[in-house]
Design a protein around this ligand. Sequence first.
Ligand SMILES: NC(=O)c1ccc[n+]([C@@H]2O[C@H](COP(=O)([O-])OP(=O)(O)OC[C@H]3O[C@@H](n4cnc5c(N)ncnc54)[C@H](OP(=O)(O)O)[C@@H]3O)[C@@H](O)[C@H]2O)c1
Length: 334
Amino acid sequence: MANDILVSVGKMSAGIASAIIILRIMNLKSWRYFQEYNRLQGKTFVITGANCGIGKELTRQIVTSGGNVVMLCRDTQKGKIAMKEILQKPTPTMGTVTLRRMDLNSFASVENSAKEIIESVPRIDCLINNAGVMMAPFSMTEDGFESHMQSNHLGHALLTHLLLPKIASFGSPQNPTRVVFVSSTLYKRGNIIEDHFKSGAVTPENFDQKFAYSNSKLASLLFARELSNEVKRRGLPVIINSASPGMVYTNLGRHFNMSWYQKLFLLPFFAVFVRAPVEGARIILYAAASEKSLHSNGAFIQSYEEKPIEPKFDSEMCKKVYQLTMDAINKSHS
Ligand SMILES: NC(=O)c1ccc[n+]([C@@H]2O[C@H](COP(=O)([O-])OP(=O)(O)OC[C@H]3O[C@@H](n4cnc5c(N)ncnc54)[C@H](OP(=O)(O)O)[C@@H]3O)[C@@H](O)[C@H]2O)c1
């Protein structure tokens, strides 16, 4: 009897394990759709949050394919370690990599980095606004904003605003330069609250840790949409898209406290659906360099496809977010 039960449990476990392996192999195939690594050669990418996770993997894939990367990291020690690791495995087509300090939570730091980049980097083909935080406890930046809002959205908006003339100067209608905002489907849970764009308005009392990430990702997505319209109106040869890497195993969850049994329970789900940074980075590279994504502009890209955004986030809302953002960054850095 006990033996029969053991045999049944063994068969069931083997069945589940096989199903997980088959589903993962099928997913891996679709996650690896981007293959145009030759298009990275000779191009220069500026990447925020490049010392770990998706940013580091983007850097590795670009540099080992012959592209050049300017890594922007708030902690240069971590940046140096990542850079060393990447350079330790050279390829015949190796590009170059340089490192600069930039903390998105300080507009002064963003301005300094942008100034240095404009003066010293010969060209920019693509800016990848990748850095991000999630579920962090309340903290107010030196500019008076809640840290999710500034690091995930306002800091990137300022960096893009400052680098845009340089990025545009290397584009042409046939060969536009690009800006990619690394986004998340969690934007759907977000809300636009005007106070979040006002220095000093978010306090520990009204801070909502659960929604801070979604709110900032929604703001970033709507801003990117309207910025792409603005760039079209000005006739600049730059395409601007938001792209979600999917669920990726990185340090982003550093503020989650999961018990061992929660992790065990979620293990089969992780095994099927969570990708490694190497696959998450490919989707961002698709938005940053693929020929197939050249027709996308102002889009939200997920799983290598343009996805419509929730209808409630309409063009009026995009315009409003754009204005709130420009007011916030202009007020703080002028
Ligand atoms: N992982 C996922 O499942 C997933 C899903 C959807 C979207 N995303 C997005 O993917 C992007 C990359 O995240 P990841 O998963 O690679 O997470 P990660 O491993 O935690 O990397 C985040 C990077 O952002 C940097 N960063 C955070 N705040 C910063 C600031 N104020 N100034 C400068 N750099 C800052 C971090 O630097 P430190 O190391 O110094 O903290 C780190 O380099 C994020 O925008 C995230 O929202 C991730």
